[in-house]
Design a protein around this ligand. Structure first.
Ligand code: FPP
Length: 237
């Protein structure tokens, strides 16, 4: 059988970390216990992606819609996010470039500061790009890009006829990065849930019947194998 490194090289993968709440409920635990285990899996899968030569990975950690959850749960997710920002990564050793997607201005100032520092510190790392979407929404990202281009037009820096797909891409949080080859959604759901709407135009969707806290390295191998079996036509025949 082919080794994971042989079929994962250069891939770009989006991951919707779903099923933390159901995982906890099945065990009679608070939902926050599911997020805690989910965060551990996030770290392990990040390391594995790096080891097998994935080019970039996009994790959906917190959406613009997730604020509507009970304050206690939002607080727990944010604390976990902060905790993993501070101590769980060894960015230097792993050579990852870290990029955060989303509107960070709604987050606590100390997290914003840390996010800026991590991005700056890892900007020249040459390994995998680890993208973490926090307070992220695909529609909000497209609106933000449209507004940025409109401002350039208003200032006379850009003509309306120069607005094309490349101009839009240049205003996305992901500018300069490859679109996801596939988007993986564990937990059996088959929705994008406002994740990378612009970038997912030709992404394959791979859904798996495993809750995120139970997700293993082997599950990622299976997802990559599934993607490699698909034939991508990009609108051609
Ligand atoms: C979706 O499961 C998961 C989330 C909304 C939060 C994901 C957050 C983490 C894994 C931890 C913090 C992030 C990092 C990057 C360390 P759900 O709660 O919607 O599950 P359910 O559908 O079973 O209720």
């Amino acid at each position: 059988m082919a080794q994971p490194e042989q079929f994962a090289q250069g891939l770009s993968i989006g991951i919707i970390m779903d099923g933390n709440g159901r995982w906890a409920k099945k065990r009679g635990l608070p939902r926050t216990a599911g997020h805690k285990k989910g965060a551990e899996v996030f770290q392990d899968i990040t390391r594995y992606c790096n080891e097998i030569g994935v080019e970039s990975v996009y994790f959906y950690a917190f959406s613009t819609e997730n604020w509507s959850r009970p304050a206690e749960e939002v607080g727990a997710i944010m604390r976990l996010f902060g905790e993993y920002l501070i101590k769980a990564f060894d960015y230097e050793k792993e050579n990852n470039r870290v990029v955060f997607l989303g509107d960070r201005t709604a987050l606590e100032p100390r997290y914003q500061k840390l996010m800026d520092e991590i991005e700056q510190k890892t900007a020249h790392n040459t390994g995998m790009t680890l993208n973490v979407a926090v307070n992220y929404g695909g529609r909000a990202e497209i609106v933000r890009a449209a507004r940025a281009l409109a401002e350039k037009v208003a200032k006379g820096e850009l003509r309306p006829e120069d607005i094309d797909e490349a101009a839009m891409c240049s205003e996305m949080y992901t500018h300069g990065q490859k679109d996801p080859d596939f988007i993986l959604r564990p937990s059996g759901e088959k929705r994008l849930s406002n994740f990378m709407l612009w970038q997912a135009a030709y992404s394959e969707l791979v859904e798996m019947d495993v809750l995120w806290p139970d997700f293993t390295r082997h599950d990622l191998d299976l997802a990559i194998e599934e993607f490699n079996r698909r034939t991508r036509r990009f609108g051609g025949i």
